[in-house]
Design a protein around this ligand. Sequence first.
Ligand SMILES: NC(=O)c1ccc[n+]([C@@H]2O[C@H](COP(=O)([O-])OP(=O)(O)OC[C@H]3O[C@@H](n4cnc5c(N)ncnc54)[C@H](O)[C@@H]3O)[C@@H](O)[C@H]2O)c1
Length: 380
Amino acid sequence: MRLQWTDSITGAVGYLVVHTLRAGLATGGTRMRAGCTLSEVEDLARGMADKTATFDLPVGGAKGGIDFDPKDPRAVDVLERFCEAMRPWLDSHWVTAEDLGVPQHLIDEIFAKLGLGQSYHAAINRADDPAATLARVRSGLNAAVEGGFLLGDVIGGYGVAHACLAAAVWWGRSPAQTTVAIQGVGTMGGAAAYYLHEAGMQVTTVADAAGTLHCADGLDVPALLALRDGYGEIDRSRLPEGIEQLPRTAILSSDVDILVPAAISYAITPDNSFDIRARIIVEAANAATTPEAEAMLAARGVPVVPDFVANAGAVAWAWWLLLGQVDDTPENSFDRLRTVMHSKVAQLLAAWADAGRTPRETGHRWADDPSPVSSPVVIP
Ligand SMILES: NC(=O)c1ccc[n+]([C@@H]2O[C@H](COP(=O)([O-])OP(=O)(O)OC[C@H]3O[C@@H](n4cnc5c(N)ncnc54)[C@H](O)[C@@H]3O)[C@@H](O)[C@H]2O)c1
């Protein structure tokens, strides 16, 4: 189902694509970026369906996208009018969340303003006691974790970090012997960088929309993250000593073991795939690698751990929280996601090494065979 909306005030165009409804529900974040297209939102909705199937979540895939600059002072009002226009879907069928250009706290504030409580409203509304479920979800999302972060903001990036750590385990390397470059240091890339640095991996290069930052000895990730603004951009005027500043696209040709695209979709294309020097790509961004580029990388022996496994911790955790399978104790959430991610990535890479099957192909086999969903879904 494809819905197109035009904002009567700014002319901004927004899209909702529902790929699959399972038991009447679909899930997927809402992104805002200048240049967002319907076909991009279609790809993302399909990817969400792959994620929910791969992680056996009782919900289908959807996605929202708005073609508008999130830094424009009118952006919050545009997002609010989009949500208002999508209200019938948001009320009953579409569980949305943060995505590129739209932080969770902002979308939650808009839902509260519209009288819809919180962005998981369509699922919460089905609970026997919606007020209690809303309180549980809020306390999970806002649970404080180390580093001064909130659990809901870092859990997706934590999953990406463990997809990278699982790759290192597979090579038989310690984190300290492994280098990584991360494109994007917002919600996903920032958290992935934080947990990789914490695990001892050498984060030598990161990029944001303003450019690439590099230090061969490893960046001081917490110090850089502390310099971010609300859009995930690092303040260049306060950079620590010893950091080299490079053009934005330089991140892709970083001489590292692992490259994590964690910003825009279609970051890796046939035009730049030969620039990539990493041994493996772990997709934190949705649809980060075009199919043609992925085929070219596979031919060069570079596997891509696909978005619908590597970054699916964000949606899987949201549903574990909704279903009451995790609570606001961060250790429970981290333990569960770490175990699942290591197991899935180990299987993907084993199939790549043993059967020459790309990780995406293996992942699609899992997604094509999801567990049956009981109807109605019980949200405690
Ligand atoms: N936030 C989530 O819960 C979530 C979950 C799963 C997947 N994702 C995907 O992860 C990606 C990033 O989402 P996010 O929520 O972290 O976004 P965000 O808005 O929080 O951060 C985006 C980051 O990318 C940087 N960036 C933007 N354009 C860039 C460019 N051309 N080159 C280099 N860096 C650039 C920004 O400066 C910022 O650091 C998206 O593809 C999104 O779909 C997000």
